[in-house]
Design a protein around this ligand. Structure first.
Ligand code: CAA
Length: 379
């Protein structure tokens, strides 16, 4: 296996790194503390092509490969995990489903605007009573002439506060279980569709997490994505790619925490010596680096498979749960190395620890990732 980036991939990585250093990292603490969606920053990213990296040029994307996209999520999350998840959800489960399953008319109508961030996308799968058990959703879509009438609600919808376009999953045939779910592109402003309460979260602030409410919402049948009954497949196949993005996000968070911790350990003195001279700290640093390295290998292996169009569900889930567990462990150790200062909001590591936690939960809990891996191994 070749783990080296190509020249194009390195160029993209450097361009994103520069943007992160100049534009994103300096704003990360403010995005966290205000919990405001960074609309101007996202528009700027749209102008630079960062909101449509793997989208083909014919739809105004950059047309870069999937590995470059994953590397961009890693770099952006290094600067701000919140901006990382806004990008990841917008692209992996916002734009890709329309690109992969939409009609040419739907693609023309939406994909260019999403690739340039003129419009923001969200993904409506989770419900109050259907999180891990996604196919147990209750939101109903009933055909009525040229429309579908949607009733139900979705929760924890990243980007939902500001999104213009929502990929929404609803049951069209309750007798068919997972195969009775259909997908719809729902626009903000659709009659009967409203945005509900905003979540106040432990971390990942600024990513606009809200509830969606459908009360006899009238969605034209032309907005159905794919065939009736194809919705669950659309959700799951795009989550395969999405989970690689979350692995990359976790990797970026872990790397940031590691860099802060190493820097601090070298300059902090106690007992008349740098704390990095103590083996207790050295062993923590070695373990942190090893976890990051292993997470990187799993993440880019999965990304490379996805890029080649090969099955990657098992590797995506392995990467997602390993990288997010690594991020939780590395950020916790970074706080420990900072000691009392690590627990203070004056330093960034407590934010990284709060942000890391949700990477073990969203896009499928780490327990569900293990279910996916085991299913793949035992089928
Ligand atoms: N690709 C394509 N199709 C797939 C698929 C995949 N990876 N996985 C399942 N399917 C389709 C298949 O057609 C399958 O039928 P067959 O078995 O006959 O092929 C059908 O779906 C049903 O599959 P399962 O029997 O495996 O379905 P299940 O009800 O047992 O659920 C599950 C499986 C893995 C538990 C799934 O429900 C799951 O992944 N749950 C977690 C939900 C999740 O990830 N939510 C994330 C929300 S989005 C988010 O978090 C975004 C954010 O804010 C950051």
């Amino acid at each position: 296996m070749d783990f080296q980036f190509t020249k194009d991939q390195r160029d993209m990585q450097q361009m994103v790194r520069d943007f992160v250093q100049n534009e994103i990292a300096p704003r990360a603490a403010e995005i966290d503390s205000t919990d405001e969606f960074p609309r101007e920053l996202i528009s700027k990213m749209g102008e630079l092509g960062l909101m449509g990296i793997p989208i083909p040029e014919e739809y105004d994307g950059v047309g870069a490969d999937f590995v470059s996209y994953i590397s961009a999520i890693e770099e952006i999350s290094y600067g701000s995990a919140s901006v990382g998840v806004i990008l990841a959800v917008h692209t992996s489960v916002g734009t890709y489903p329309i690109l992969n399953f939409g009609t040419e008319e739907q693609k023309q109508k939406y994909v260019s605007k999403l690739a340039t961030a003129e419009k923001i996308a969200a993904f409506g799968l989770t419900e109050p009573g259907a999180g891990s058990d996604a196919s147990g959703m209750r939101t109903r879509a009933v055909r009525d002439g040229d429309n579908y009438i949607l009733n139900g609600s979705k929760i924890f919808i990243t980007n939902g506060e500001v999104a213009d376009i929502f990929n929404v999953f609803a049951v069209t045939d309750p007798a068919q279980g997972a195969k009775g779910v259909s997908a719809f592109i729902v626009e903000r402003g659709t009659p009967g569709f409203t945005i509900g309460k905003k979540e106040h979260k432990m971390g990942m602030n600024g990513s606009g997490t809200v509830e969606l409410i459908f009360d006899n919402a009238v969605v034209p049948a032309s907005q159905r994505l794919g065939q009736e009954g194809e919705g669950f497949k659309i959700a799951m196949s795009n989550l395969d790619g999405g989970r690689i993005g979350i692995a990359a996000q976790a990797l970026g968070i872990a790397r940031a925490a590691f860099d802060f911790a190493v820097e601090y350990a070298k300059q902090r003195t106690q007992f008349n010596q740098s704390i990095s001279d103590f083996q207790a700290i050295q062993f923590m640093i070695a373990d942190m680096a090893t976890k990051i390295e292993a997470a990187r290998l799993l993440t880019y292996q999965a990304a490379s498979l996805r890029q080649q169009g090969l099955p990657c569900g098992k590797q995506a889930s392995m990467a997602k749960y390993f990288a997010s567990d690594a991020a939780m462990s590395v950020t916790t150790d970074a706080v420990q190395i900072f000691g009392g200062y690590g627990y203070s909001k004056e330093f960034p590591v407590e934010r990284l620890m709060r942000d890391a936690k949700v990477t073990q939960i969203y896009e499928g809990t780490n327990q569900i990732q293990r279910v996916v891996v085991a299913k793949n191994l035992l089928k």
